[in-house]
Design a protein around this ligand. Structure first.
Ligand SMILES: *Cc1c(COP(=O)(O)O)cnc(C)c1O
Length: 397
């Protein structure tokens, strides 16, 4: 039996996109995950739930976010470039769309304790925010190294009333925080785990895609109002785990009029050891409960990713993207640290917008594609750059 996500593509009942996805989990988590799998559609498709979430998205998050015609950028690249302003959401990125949705879902499931992992701290902040709002107990797992390099977000999480547990194993970054969160979940099955991207075991990739699909729904409506048509020629989005891209692509998947392009973080170059271009250098394996592309050595050990942006250095990619890549329903490029920085400084100068370093990778793709002047290009501006000021200052000249 197939559960229909939208007319563009199907996910099987067991959570597979083609060969990718599934739920490869320890037996101890089976009951928790089954509870979620059995109930997530029932709850999230309920009219009352939708009404509550939509009201919060509107009044609290500030949706719909604008679809902004970037006149100066358009002139420079000789195409009609629009920016989907997810940076204007409360807490500064698209992460809140999912965190709020899952926190509300947890509440409906009768869970009072929330856990989450975070790398750059954006998902941690969004989750702590949603928990404060809904009166839920919140614990955030974060690598020791990330706690040090993302100090402002650590302070935010604490002020919002959440507890931070440092992950001290491995390289003390995102994948170690995820491992710790999963370990804690096994021992505390009364808690609900809010995963921050379209990764992890089924049903998370589908659940997170659904919460983020509001981005493409709004794009359709807004573009129709602005241009008299629903379909742009291109949609560009950066890829960490792939949730902002999944949200921006979702309602256009399988639509041959629209080219969907994801941009991974190439770090110092895909031929170096310092990269996070999972689809370019990775191979198929299992990471955090999902069968997908990941970066691994010859022994199947997960290798450490690198990117200048902490939000993109994840060694895997959501199974939906592995599938879209394989079937060529979307295509994937990568941008180096240097290209992303250059694109960010250009956006600041031309449009007066300071993007998140993650989002800057999507803008770097403007140099890699040849557009026609009448073509409409949408860039998903996933977040704002306040958190990246120190890095920008280091390279600004
Ligand atoms: C976390 C984050 C990303 C990367 O995560 P995805 O799941 O790939 O979207 C991108 N941009 C911003 C601003 C982020 O905070």
């Amino acid at each position: 039996m197939q559960t229909q996500l939208n007319k563009g593509y199907n996910i099987t009942e067991n959570g597979y996109y083609g060969d990718f996805g599934g739920a490869y989990i320890p037996e101890l988590l089976y009951k928790n995950l089954k509870e979620l799998t059995d109930n997530y559609l029932k709850i999230t498709e309920d009219e009352d739930f939708k009404k509550q979430l939509n009201l919060l998205l509107h009044d609290y998050v500030g949706r719909p976010t604008p679809l902004y015609f970037a006149k100066n950028l358009s002139k420079k690249y000789n195409a009609k470039i629009y920016l989907k302003r997810e940076d204007l959401n409360h807490t500064g990125s698209h992460k809140i769309n999912n965190a709020l949705g899952q926190a509300l879902l947890a509440k409906k499931l009768g869970k009072q304790k929330i856990i989450a992992e975070t790398g750059a701290g954006q998902h941690g902040v969004a989750t702590a925010t949603a928990c404060a709002l809904l009166g839920l107990d919140c614990t955030i797992f974060m690598g020791e190294v990330d706690i040090e390099r993302q100090a402002p977000n650590v302070s935010r999480i604490k002020m919002l009333g959440a507890k931070i547990i440092p992950a001290c194993s491995g390289t003390k970054t995102l994948k170690d925080a995820t491992n710790e969160a999963i370990r804690y979940w096994i021992n505390n099955t009364d808690s609900y785990y809010i995963i921050g991207s379209v990764v992890g075991p089924h049903p998370y990739p589908d659940l997170v895609t659904r919460f983020q699909s509001i981005i493409s729904k709004e794009i359709k409506k807004q573009l129709y109002e602005l241009e008299g048509k629903e379909n742009p020629d291109y949609i560009l989005a950066c890829i960490g785990g792939g949730s902002n891209a999944a949200g921006a692509f979702c309602d256009f998947i399988g639509n041959s009029k629209v080219k969907l392009i994801g941009i991974e973080a190439e770090g110092k170059g895909k031929h170096t050891q310092h990269t996070a271009s999972t689809l370019q250098v990775g191979s198929v394996g299992i990471i955090h409960g999902s069968k997908t592309f990941l970066m691994q050595n010859d022994d199947g050990q997960i290798t450490e990713p690198y990117s200048i942006s902490a939000g993109l250095d994840y060694p895997g990619i959501g199974p939906l993207h592995a599938y879209l890549n394989e079937t060529e329903l979307a295509s994937y490029l990568s941008a180096t640290d240097e290209e992303a920085l250059k694109a960010a400084f250009e956006l600041m100068k031309l449009e007066g917008i300071i993007p998140a370093l993650e989002s800057a990778h999507a803008f770097a793709a403007l140099n890699k594609i040849k557009f026609k002047p009448e073509e409409i290009v949408i860039i998903n501006l996933s977040g704002r750059g306040d958190k990246d000021l120190d890095t920008y200052l280091k390279y600004y000249n």
